[in-house]
Design a protein around this ligand. Structure first.
Ligand code: 5AD
Ligand code: FES
Length: 346
């Protein structure tokens, strides 16, 4: 164990079985040891800076039926909405005046937004806000589509693999979804030149430490610029309604491991982490995360982008997530900065 931790502290690659050993040994003592080192490693690259991204959830229509997700096509209780280009541009305008220099356009896989429509939206944002980075999180597309969006001005792309184990992938997704295609998408995005974010849910149904170790091995080899992880949280209108949530403790340990594996990684303290514990995002930062992504979506639609039950930042009180995030970060000794926050590895 000592030897594994030693090599992790030196950012040396670990083997699959070594990751399993680490995960099996999760304890408060281990979490504290890794978090301390993760924070000092992060400080040496990023200081006390926390990057902020404005998340615009622009459609909750989705053609997919992932078993874990609240906006799956099969959930007939979901009230659907789409934002038009002008609504999206208003969100950006609001965000820009609040200091955001990254906009994350996230949505379900919604055929309404054809490549032409998305190119138009991305071009408009890029033209109006040349000082901002545009991140897309709109699922699986062909290499050609990804390239068109990149050429239109998109800089970054978030596509979680969800799990790096094909068998596990099949238990989370219906037969018409393909693990190999998802991995192919990630490779294409990277080759095209995007800053790429992958990631997975912690404690998703049927997940084992063996599966999580496969995720860490995949990330070690793929070297993404960003990794988004958060606990799985059940949604009552899905086939997984009776499954258990992922834990805070597993998520925090994994955040520290990821930071130690790659000191330059962009690593968000996610909304789902803030949902399972009121101070989850703060704990994520203290474990080694360095990004927060407050919601910039119009307050009127936020409750409809319910990926899981009890998602935070969806009420009227959340109109000012930005100020809230500033205060939260300052309270734990960090500083939200308004730069684009590109990967140091560019
Ligand atoms: N709990 C936690 N995270 C979820 N996501 C989707 N459904 C859930 C859930 N029930 C995550 C997926 C997806 C991202 C946008 O949200 O990892 O990639
Ligand atoms: Fe959204 Fe605090 S960050 S209400």
């Amino acid at each position: 164990m000592k030897d594994i931790i030693q090599r992790l502290f030196l950012h040396k690659p670990l083997r699959h079985d070594e990751f399993v050993t680490l995960l099996d040994s999760n304890s408060e003592e281990l979490r504290t040891e890794l978090a301390d080192k993760a924070c000092s490693v992060r400080s040496s690259v990023f200081g006390k800076d926390i990057y902020i991204r404005g998340l615009i959830e622009f459609t909750n229509y989705c053609k997919n039926n992932c078993y874990y997700c609240g906006i799956r096509a099969g959930n007939s209780n979901a009230v659907r909405y789409r934002l038009e280009m002008n609504d999206i541009l208003s969100c950006c305008e609001n965000g820009h005046s609040l200091g955001f220099r990254t906009f994350v356009l996230q949505g379900g896989e919604d055929p309404y937004y054809t490549d032409d429509v998305m190119v138009e939206i991305v071009s408009a944002i890029s033209k109006k806000y040349p000082d901002c980075a545009i991140t897309l999180s709109i699922g699986e597309k062909s290499r050609e589509s990804y390239k068109r969006l990149f050429d239109a001005g998109a800089d970054r792309y978030l596509l979680r693999e969800e799990t790096s184990d094909e068998e596990h992938y099949k238990r989370l997704h219906p037969d018409n979804m393909s693990f190999n295609n998802r991995m192919e998408c990630l490779r294409n995005l990277k080759e095209i030149g995007y800053q790429v974010g992958c990631g997975f849910m912690v404690g998703s149904p049927y997940q084992t430490h063996d599966n999580l170790a496969s995720d860490l091995c995949f990330i070690q080899e793929f070297r993404p610029h960003m990794v988004g992880i958060g606990p799985y949280i059940t949604h009552a209108d899905t086939p997984f309604a009776d499954m258990n949530n992922g834990t805070l403790e597993d998520t925090l340990l994994l955040i520290s491991i990821l930071r130690l594996m790659d000191p330059e990684l962009l690593l968000p303290a996610t909304t789902s982490l803030g949902t399972i514990h009121p101070l989850g995002r703060e704990m994520g930062i203290k474990a080694g995360a360095n990004v927060v992504m407050p919601n910039l979506s119009p307050v009127g639609v936020r409750k409809q982008y319910m990926l899981y039950d009890n998602k935070i930042c969806t009420g009227e009180e959340a109109a000012e997530c930005v100020g809230c995030m500033d205060r939260r970060m300052e309270a734990i000794g960090y500083k939200v900065v308004t730069s684009r926050g590109d990967s140091p590895r560019l």
